[in-house]
Ligand binder design. Structure first.
Ligand code: S6P
Ligand code: ZN
Length: 185
């Protein structure tokens, strides 16, 4: 059990959600093409030199301890690796029985969700749409629009991230742009 004594060093605080200058004073994760190119079905030589930022995450400065909640903003930029839309790495939570909530702020995307037992679901995310990701469901965001996809998220701070399972077995479906249409296959 977490006690008030071990938790209460964090005092109530506020941060600004100004999208022109997000800074939650916590981790700022930046993932460029070269960092994550292995998640895409094929490589794209046209992206090698520019090595664009595919997405960035701004996290709150909260201890990764049970009892706390981490909140964040993800900005997933528009673009494609050949025909495949830009997307996040995707993960299970290491503590698998932890859920997550996303709130769409700008743009349009899909949240691919799957379980280790083979269940799969696609949730649409856009401005003002809330996506609930239950415990045990892996999640990956895909930007299917020509503007940044921006969403707010919140999850239990002790959840952790298991990227390895996804790196080994991937998601069962991918999202492509084909003849101007969004195709999930
Ligand atoms: C954390 C939450 C998001 C993602 C972020 C990037 O549990 O789901 O903050 O970390 O959208 O995705 P990923 O898969 O690279 O962590
Ligand atoms: Zn998560």
């Amino acid at each position: 059990m977490i006690s008030e004594r071990s938790c209460c060093k964090v005092r109530p605080f506020t941060v600004s959600m100004n999208l022109d200058n997000i800074n939650f004073n916590g981790n700022h994760i930046v993932r460029r093409y070269e960092d994550i190119k292995s998640i895409f079905k094929s490589t794209d030589i046209s992206l090698e030199d520019k090595n664009p930022v595919i997405y960035e995450v701004f996290e709150s400065p909260v201890p990764e301890k049970q009892g706390h909640l981490i909140f964040l903003v993800t900005i997933l930029y528009p673009g494609k690796v050949n025909e495949e839309f830009f997307m996040t790495k995707g993960h299970y939570h290491t503590v698998e029985n932890t859920a997550e909530v996303y709130l769409g702020i700008k743009g349009k995307g899909l949240i691919l969700c799957q379980t280790k037992s083979g269940d799969f679901e696609v949730a649409e995310i856009s401005e003002n749409r809330v996506v609930y990701i239950p415990p045990f469901w892996a999640h990956r965001a895909v930007n299917i629009f020509d503007e940044p996809l921006i969403f707010f998220g919140i999850y239990p701070a002790h959840a952790g991230h298991d990227y390895e399972t996804i790196a080994q077995s991937g998601f069962v479906k991918r999202v492509f742009s084909k003849n101007g249409r969004v195709v999930i296959e």
